[in-house]
Design a protein around this ligand. Structure first.
Ligand code: GLY
Length: 398
């Protein structure tokens, strides 16, 4: 295959190319590219279908508190920092693109159906309190006062007023427009190989033969981030796909609304959540399955989601079922993202966001833009340093 060299600024002998090439045009790749271009970097994105990826399936919960789990406490601070950035982030995107990304300060209600769920929820409350998070315990009756469609069997719940939502599909569309307006070059072809010269990454070769030369290459390919050929063995990209099946239903236009805030619960050990949008869409998710690259929607997956959600909101089975889909979360060994420099100078990661990609998008964009311009991952993103899984942890130049 012949190779063309595509450069943003062709100088003599091929010249410098891009300051940054981002491999992957999903949510994380686009937010990285947008923020990088905003810092004046000549930026390109390589993706055959930019604007796709896991975000098209995601529910969009901004759940810094209700996704806090034992053993994952280091996620909390950056998650709260990113949540705090969301209102300005959404407003900026609306101003730049004219798209409302569906950021809605609706809060979340975490409910319990039986004594076991209740004990587990009390544990969550203790964990939240230990971290200074203000949540409030409600009786079953108080839960139903907030959300009258909840089942009589709901025995109590936690009111979490800081966990909100955004619409990931609108978000990705807005970011694509924002990238175009910021001058990001979109190469609609897959990156197939990293190029390395000496001990430095120098860009990528695309499936159509084009070679993109770049000072820095950011791997932001979601669960496929580990698949790029040419990445040296000492550079760890430990990300795997974790399947999630998710449903979309349509709520009636009614007052009071069918559901006014996100409701979530653990039913028979499985997490279930319901995210109501202003548009009338009700997102019901999601399975968590270790099934490699399988994205099949299964009868069992749909049945389990509807069965569990029906226990929370019996009226739900009357609603039209609009969509059933499966996506792949990009998950790292410790469930936290992989951000910033790797053991190979010139190669950075922005992947591994697992269940929290939408929440962490503002922080990720800022952190990667900082790293690309200053050479260092900012302090707030350090818990996510990509090099934590590399054999060689030494600082290397970015
Ligand atoms: N963020 C929720 C999920 O991954 O299902």
């Amino acid at each position: 295959m012949s190779t063309r060299v595509s450069t943003a600024e062709d100088g003599p002998g091929g010249g410098t190319a891009y300051d940054a090439v981002v491999v992957g045009g999903g949510l994380i790749g686009l937010v990285t590219a947008w923020r990088a271009a905003g810092r004046g970097l000549r930026t390109a994105v390589a993706d055959p279908r930019p604007g796709g990826g896991a975000a098209l399936v995601a529910a969009g919960m901004l759940a810094a508190v209700t996704e806090l789990h034992h053993g994952e406490e280091r996620l909390l601070e950056p998650a709260l920092a990113s949540a705090a950035r969301w209102p300005d982030f959404a407003a900026e995107l609306a101003e730049v693109t004219g798209t409302d990304v569906g950021h809605r300060s609706c809060g979340t209600l975490q409910v319990a159906l039986d004594a076991d769920d209740r004990a587990q929820l009390r544990e969550s409350q203790l964990l939240q309190e230990r971290h200074g998070l203000g949540t409030r315990w409600l009786t079953g009756r108080e839960c139903r006062r907030l959300e009258p469609m909840l089942a009589p069997g709901v025995r109590g719940g936690l009111r979490v007023d800081g966990d909100h939502q955004a619409d990931p599909r609108r978000l990705v569309a807005a970011l694509l427009t924002a990238c175009e307006r910021a001058g990001v070059t979109l190469h609609r072809s897959a990156a197939v190989r990293l190029t390395v010269a000496g001990d430095r990454a120098t860009g990528v070769v695309l499936a159509d033969g084009t070679r993109l030369v770049a000072e820095r290459t950011v791997l932001a390919g979601g669960s496929r981030s580990g698949e790029l050929a040419g990445v040296p063995p000492g550079v760890a990209v430990p990300v795997r796909p974790v399947k999630g099946q998710i449903l979309r239903l349509r709520m009636p236009r009614a007052r009071p609304p069918f559901l006014s805030r996100t409701v979530r619960a653990v039913v028979r050990g499985e997490q279930v959540y319901l995210v109501p949008r202003v548009s009338g869409e009700l997102v019901l998710g999601a399975t968590v399955e270790e099934r490699g690259w399988d994205t099949e929607v299964t009868a069992g997956g749909v049945y389990g989601l509807l069965r569990d959600a029906h226990e929370l909101l019996p009226g739900l089975t009357e609603l039209p079922l609009v969509e059933a889909r499966a996506g792949l979360r990009p998950v790292s060994p410790d469930n936290a993202p992989l951000l910033g420099p790797t053991a190979l100078p010139g190669l950075l990661l922005a992947t591994g966001h697992g269940r929290n990609g939408v929440l962490l998008a503002p922080l990720t964009g800022d952190a990667l833009a900082d790293t690309l311009t200053t050479g260092e991952l900012p302090g707030e993103a350090r818990p996510f340093a990509a090099r934590r899984f590399s054999r060689d942890h030494r600082e290397v130049p970015v």
